[in-house]
Design a protein around this ligand. Structure first.
Ligand SMILES: *[C@@H]1O[C@H](CO)[C@@H](O)[C@H](O)[C@H]1NC(C)=O
Ligand SMILES: *[C@@H]1O[C@H](CO)[C@@H](O)[C@H](O)[C@H]1NC(C)=O
Ligand SMILES: *[C@@H]1O[C@H](CO)[C@@H](O)[C@H](O)[C@H]1NC(C)=O
Ligand SMILES: *[C@@H]1O[C@H](CO)[C@@H](O)[C@H](O)[C@H]1NC(C)=O
Ligand SMILES: *[C@@H]1O[C@H](CO)[C@@H](O)[C@H](O)[C@H]1NC(C)=O
Ligand SMILES: *[C@@H]1O[C@H](CO)[C@@H](O)[C@H](O)[C@H]1NC(C)=O
Ligand SMILES: *[C@@H]1O[C@H](CO)[C@@H](O)[C@H](O)[C@H]1NC(C)=O
Ligand SMILES: *[C@@H]1O[C@H](CO)[C@@H](O)[C@H](O)[C@H]1NC(C)=O
Length: 911
């Protein structure tokens, strides 16, 4: 009630306040996230006009902070913090900001978070913030009353800026307030121009500060914090200082106070440590002379960073404020800025204010923001709104992927479109889907002419318009693409003529009426399907199943039978069934895993309530989810089959088979230590993605060399993941060890307790690593015919410190023993008895990369020739390693470990 009346009072002041403050806040976007509908008010503390947030987002729920932290118990709580919007659903939820100055300009974006136990759970969440597709920072709260403020300076690449909260499995993201301020685009420059954003680390008013400096004192509404260590003195002035001389415009109250050292000869020093030595820092130091210097007095200052000069000597002006910054980024672990007086100076140095930022590179994909807008537009054309589920993995899904995924799910959910009618013109916005590679509009009821804008899709490789009622001619530009650029264009010759002269038809672009369209975005995007399934089309060929992402499809049993040439060639046998080789119409080789009747039958039998159609339905749901899981180190799905009789998962075929066979074949002679390390890292990354990139995590349950596939470049991919999701443990508990685990790989803890978690996979992976280094099987026969586990095989050698005894003799001693030792250490830590003592997959990936680094850094063995070879190998692999990291950044977890020293995308100091 109390808070409510505060609201009403505030509300009544609003009209006047907006008039008073309105003009000063031109271009400001100030959002009180989570506030009740239609509320606009002026915050009495700051004079800033806040609005409710529904116009900027359509996901999440509004909640008030708990009584303990809110009004009236806590009357000093800033108004915007009293309520939050939280996002229990979806991995990524984005606010859409449309700054009035438009694209190409610099903006300050600030997000505030106060938990205030709004959900009554007393659990502090941790989550990530993104601006468009670019990682901004992680939000971590120390207690429920702390107001965490994050700020970034970023150039807008498009008219719309998406500020996204990303759930990383550590609690529900929420936000209290979101603000955007237009900046002068010619300030806060760096040597990278517009290619970086600056994330605020500290903004200090050195010396004394009376207030916060923010709006209206600061036209940009920056928030300044006081900073004055005991060894510093404060000077201030009441005189006039021109702050408009440069674009930086420090507020009066900030520039008119300054710090100086207590003792005249001392410098002013600031230092900080970065956990990531690659983080690039920029400091902006503000100066103005505040004292009336006598004729024989002077103040001359030089700035040093870690002992090297950042600036030449200069005299602060008594008339205006000046800003000095480093032209090249500061990098390294320890940073130490020293403001010193020169030998000629009679007065000590001063410092009026300082800002320190760290730079975040913009993702190279930022230009694809056009796609996002196109999809936004398509979304609104077809009135798709609140479908934000999508990929169960990929917390870092790009917004357009989320959007495509939403579209996909939306259309997939609506099988019968004849009555719900997705009629209407093809949104012109399709033209902006610049990454579209293949567009299949065949067998629809399209009318009108072939629109010219299709020719603008510059990556388009195939366009199928057959089976429609299109008329007119093919636009010249499209024809040109077809002849010159290899665009595969299919049209019905009888209706459409190839040149303008043949028919006088509709010259004006008539919107195409769509009742069915199938769009496949092969460029790792998703498929958008609008379906109208009538039985007559059902057997007419491709894409007759439900909508699947990225060109993936649902197969019928007879199709499966035909692509495997009647189950002709068996290429493997796994826990769930037999794997057959097949090939698609276009010749692509695939592996078809037929799901065992027995696992099917058992799961059916164990629960009387689940009919076979129920199981089939579950399979379908899970299979479709699995199809959305992407990672370069996971065998990718091509589709699945489930027609009531049979279930199958269809994978890409990997030319070099599985690792188990490879290791025991002659090929292993050429499998160098470095190649083995790459295979280990690849598979660890695949596993890492299942464990940490997916929510809920996917536990593989059958990690083994036979489930690690190698493509023709010997890149490793994990196969058979997710089947444990398809057949939940409950249904199979009595057969788990028999069916799921493979002897030699089963985690003893899991075996004894039946408690399954990621660490069980880690155990099995440890065995895989031991097989890689020893070249032995997980269970081997000793000379006296006994069976022996590879762990027991390795142990005696380790006790004696004999690494050469452990390592596969086929390597002929050609490996770095540091690397091998480290590798064995990692492997042995994975097979520790207790799961809690085993490392997690993030750790394993990072350790294995260190093994690779050690191997690459190895001194070449002897002669000159060898040296050259190694050198070439080094440079080659170095670029591979970098590919890993960039790839991971796109698809997997955020912190990346390079093998050349640990690298985390962001250091704690910037959090
Ligand atoms: C939050 O508090 C305001 C003011 O008392 C009230 O109008 C609103 O309904 C509350 N919202 C929720 C979700 O409880
Ligand atoms: C919450 O954390 C902040 C920052 O560490 C601290 O200043 C504040 O005193 C803490 N509040 C409580 C109630 O612990
Ligand atoms: C920014 O990136 C673009 C594209 O990579 C590059 O051409 C340009 O030189 C970069 N600008 C600066 C200042 O680094
Ligand atoms: C601090 O600010 C308050 C109100 O703005 C003012 O009354 C006071 O004189 C200021 N104190 C100093 C030392 O400037
Ligand atoms: C932006 O700053 C530059 C120099 O720093 C100045 O010349 C320009 O007038 C400023 N623009 C605006 C709109 O204040
Ligand atoms: C710093 O302040 C102290 C006490 O206010 C004063 O005695 C001392 O002279 C000052 N130092 C300088 C360098 O101004
Ligand atoms: C500057 O001149 C004044 C007298 O005008 C004198 O008291 C002071 O010591 C001189 N200072 C220096 C540094 O020479
Ligand atoms: C094409 O349009 C004509 C009349 O406009 C209609 O009779 C015919 O069925 C349509 N064909 C298809 C394939 O929809």
């Amino acid at each position: 009630m109390g808070a409510h009346s505060v609201f009403l009072i505030l509300f009544s002041v609003i009209a006047i306040a907006i008039v008073v403050h309105g003009q000063g806040q031109a271009g400001f976007i100030s959002i009180d996230c989570g506030s009740p509908p239609n509320i606009n008010y002026v915050d009495t503390d700051t004079g800033i006009s806040y609005t409710w947030d529904a116009p900027f987002i359509n996901a999440g729920v509004n909640l008030n902070v708990s009584e303990e932290y809110g009004y009236p118990k806590n009357p000093v709580l800033p108004f915007p913090l009293a309520d939050v919007r939280s996002f229990p659903q979806g991995n990524r939820n984005c606010y859409t900001l449309t700054p009035s100055d438009g694209k190409g300009n610099l903006y300050l974006i600030r997000a505030s978070f106060m938990y205030g136990n709004y959900d009554g759970k007393n659990a502090l969440p941790e989550f990530d913030l993104y601006v468009n597709v670019n990682f901004w920072t992680s939000v971590k709260l120390r207690n429920a009353s702390e107001n965490v403020i994050k700020e970034i300076l970023s150039f807008a690449e498009s008219d719309t800026i998406y500020v996204c909260l990303v759930n990383k499995g550590k609690g529900t993201p929420f936000i209290s307030a979101l603000e955007l301020r237009p900046m002068n685009s010619s300030i806060y420059g760096t040597e990278f121009g517009r290619n970086v954003s600056l994330v605020l680390y500290q903004r200090w008013d050195t010396g004394y500060l009376n207030g916060t400096g923010r709006y209206q004192k600061d036209t940009y509404d920056r928030i300044w914090s006081p900073y004055s260590p005991v060894s510093w003195n404060t000077t201030m002035t009441t005189g006039y200082i021109d702050i408009f001389q440069s674009g930086y415009r420090p507020p009066d109250e900030v520039i008119k106070t300054a710090a100086s050292p207590k003792s005249d000869d001392e410098p002013l020093e600031l230092s900080w440590t970065s956990s990531d030595p690659d983080t690039r820092f920029y400091a902006y130091l503000y100066f103005a002379e505040l004292e009336n210097l006598k004729r024989n007095e002077s103040r001359e200052i030089k700035i040093f960073w870690n002992g090297s000069p950042v600036s030449g000597a200069f005299n602060p002006s008594p008339e205006y404020s000046m800003t000095v910054s480093n032209s090249r980024a500061f990098t390294g672990k320890d940073h130490w800025i020293s403001v010193q007086k020169t030998a000629e100076s009679t007065r000590p140095p001063i410092l009026n204010a300082i800002e320190i930022f760290s730079a975040q590179s913009l993702d190279e994909f930022y230009t694809r923001i056009d796609d996002v807008q196109a999809i936004e537009s398509i979304k609104s054309t077809y009135k798709v709104n609140k479908i934000w589920t999508g990929d169960p993995c990929s917390p870092r899904l790009f917004p357009w992927e989320v959007l495509l995924m939403s579209l996909f799910l939306y259309f997939a959910a609506r099988r019968n479109l004849s009555s719900s009618g997705l009629h209407g013109p093809i949104a012109f916005a399709f033209r902006n889907l610049s990454l579209l590679e293949s567009l299949d509009l065949s067998n629809n009821n399209l009318k009108g002419i072939v629109p010219e804008f299709l020719a603008d899709l510059k990556y388009l490789k195939s366009l199928n318009l057959k089976g429609n009622n299109l008329t007119g001619f093919i636009p010249r530009s499209l024809r040109k693409r077809a002849t010159a650029n290899g665009l595969a264009l299919s049209v019905d010759e009888q209706n459409i003529c190839h040149s303008r002269s043949c028919r006088d038809g509709n010259r004006i672009m008539v919107p195409i009426v769509v009742s069915t369209l199938v769009i496949i975005l092969i460029a790792a995007l998703a498929i958008i399907c609008i379906m109208r399934r009538e039985s007559k089309i059902m057997y007419s060929g491709a894409y007759s199943g439900p909508l699947l992402p990225s060109g993936k499809r649902r197969f019928t049993y007879s199709e499966v039978s035909s692509i495997t040439n009647n189950f002709n060639k068996v290429i493997g046998k796994g826990g769930f069934g037999i794997v057959y080789l097949g090939s698609l119409e276009d010749g692509t080789e695939i592996a078809v895993k037929m799901i065992n009747d027995s696992s099917f039958g058992k799961s059916k039998g164990s629960s009387s309530s689940s009919s076979s159609s129920q199981v089939s339905k579950e399979f379908q749901v899970e299979a479709e989810l699995l199809l959305t899981v992407h990672h370069r180190n996971l065998a990718s799905f091509v589709g699945y089959c489930d027609d009531g009789r049979s279930m199958a998962l269809i994978y890409e075929y990997m030319a070099n088979g599985n690792l188990q066979d490879y290791l025991s074949s002659e090929n292993a002679e050429d499998l160098s230590w470095e190649k083995r390390l790459h295979i280990a890292i690849d598979s660890a990354q695949g596993l890492e993605y299942l464990h940490h990139g997916c929510r809920p995590p996917i536990v593989h349950r059958d990690v083994k060399t036979a489930n690690i596939l190698l493509n023709d470049n010997l890149e490793a991919k994990i196969a058979d993941f997710g089947l444990s999701k398809v057949f939940p443990e409950d249904d199979l508990s009595h057969v788990v060890t028999a069916v799921m685990g493979t002897p030699g790989y089963v985690d003893p803890e899991y075996y004894n307790t039946f408690k399954l978690n990621e660490k069980s996979d880690v155990y099995s992976f440890g065995i895989v690593l031991l097989e890689l280094i020893t070249g032995k099987r997980s269970i081997m026969k000793t000379d006296d015919g006994e069976k022996m586990n590879v762990v027991h095989y390795v142990e005696p050698f380790l006790k004696m410190g004999d690494i050469d005894g452990v390592v596969d003799p086929r390597l002929h001693g050609d490996f770095s023993s540091n690397s091998a030792w480290k590798f064995v250490e990692v492997a042995m830590s994975c097979v520790r008895d207790r799961g809690t003592n085993r490392p997690n997959t993030n750790q394993i990936v990072s350790d294995l990369k260190q093994c690779l680094a050690a191997e690459l850094a190895r001194e070449p063995k002897s002669n000159h020739e060898k040296k050259e070879v190694v050198k070439e190998k080094y440079t080659k692999t170095k670029s591979t390693v970098q590919n890993y990291s960039s790839n991971e950044y796109n698809s997997s977890s955020g912190s990346v470990s390079l093998s050349f020293g640990d690298y985390s995308t962001f250091g704690p100091m910037a959090r």
